[in-house]
Design a protein around this ligand. Sequence first.
Ligand code: GLA
Length: 413
Amino acid sequence: METTASVLGPSRPPVHVPGGIARAACLVLALVLAGCASRSDMSGVQPRAEGTGGAIRQQAFGTTPAGDPVTLYTLSNTGGMEVEVITYGAAIKAIRVPDREGRIANVALGFDDMAGYAGQTAYIGAVVGRYGNRIAQGRFTLDGQAYRLAQNNGPNALHGGLMGFDKRVWAASETTGPEGPGLTLTYVSLDGEEGYPGNLTAEVTYRLTDDNALTLEYRVTTDRPTVQNLTNHAYFNLKGEGSGDILDHELTLDAERFTPIDATLIPTGEIRSVAGTPLDFTEPRRIGDRIDADDEQMRFAGGYDHNVVLDRGLASGLTGGLRRAAFVREPSSGRTLEVLTTQPGMQVYSGNFLDGTAVGAGGRAYGRRSGFCLETQHYPDSPNQPSFPSTALRPDAPFTSTTVFRFGTDGQG
Ligand code: GLA
């Protein structure tokens, strides 16, 4: 089994290279990776450059509505990339990456101040939990015991409840290592919070490597049986946040199956082939090509809002190593995003509920479909779906997962 450690190479000796050489190496690497990623048979992870030139700094970022202070951390690397993370919601606030001409833009939707974060309803950038995505009717049974949750999304529970992990301040600690600067954020959710059993400790470590990869490592423990499904809810627009819709982005998914939904966006329990459906991104397709197709699944969700079964999913168990889940290319900027994960599923969400009421960091309103999310996860409503991979968490078995968002360019001019 491939592990994060072997992929990111912290066990290898650090290599010190001058910034210019590192940048050139990164550019060459990005070109190689873009080429590799377009191969439909790619399932592993390619080798990459290393370096130790990254840095992390912090500054105050206002207070929550309850008056608790929030801190903003900025991770930077030698490849010209910067990632901002705030302790409120463990949210990714900004991701600055170069386009094919070297021009930097922020490709993650986010807000300038705490008022923006406290007031938003779209989970922009946040880590959602304790249970990311939906639980039908806000009910589940675990070990014969029934639990009730807030029904905060139509008849269903969504993203951890009325005050989920996205609205909590996480404790932060900086880490450094040969693989790049890191930030570990921890939130302790008490027994009974939002209706869930068990004192649960959620930990996510963000790490930025010199080859423009942002790694998210999750670790979740509990003192009583419970359920959990943490994911990150970053919205991307590879043209730059606030640059209109994402319909021209070309998407490839390493998923031959998906979990169809009912009219309330709850999986029916069926695992369906994507063949012949608008969910078929096994070859690169524009997100916009079939988004408004006359198709029941597209109508139910108003676009893409579906969990795909990642190809190594059910067939080969859940703990296979880090594998590619998606590759996205934005043709005008040439920016690319590759998503790798150890998780069995991923919510592909085309920002259908963004309605222009949220005004982003650049002062522009976030209209419908102005960002897309690739939320690596277990399948929605798993606590009520015995045939889905289990989301039960027990005291003797911590949950861990890793997701990588790796940025590059296509090198085409
Ligand atoms: C998830 C859901 C969507 C929507 C967004 C937040 O991606 O699947 O339906 O609720 O979160 O707006």
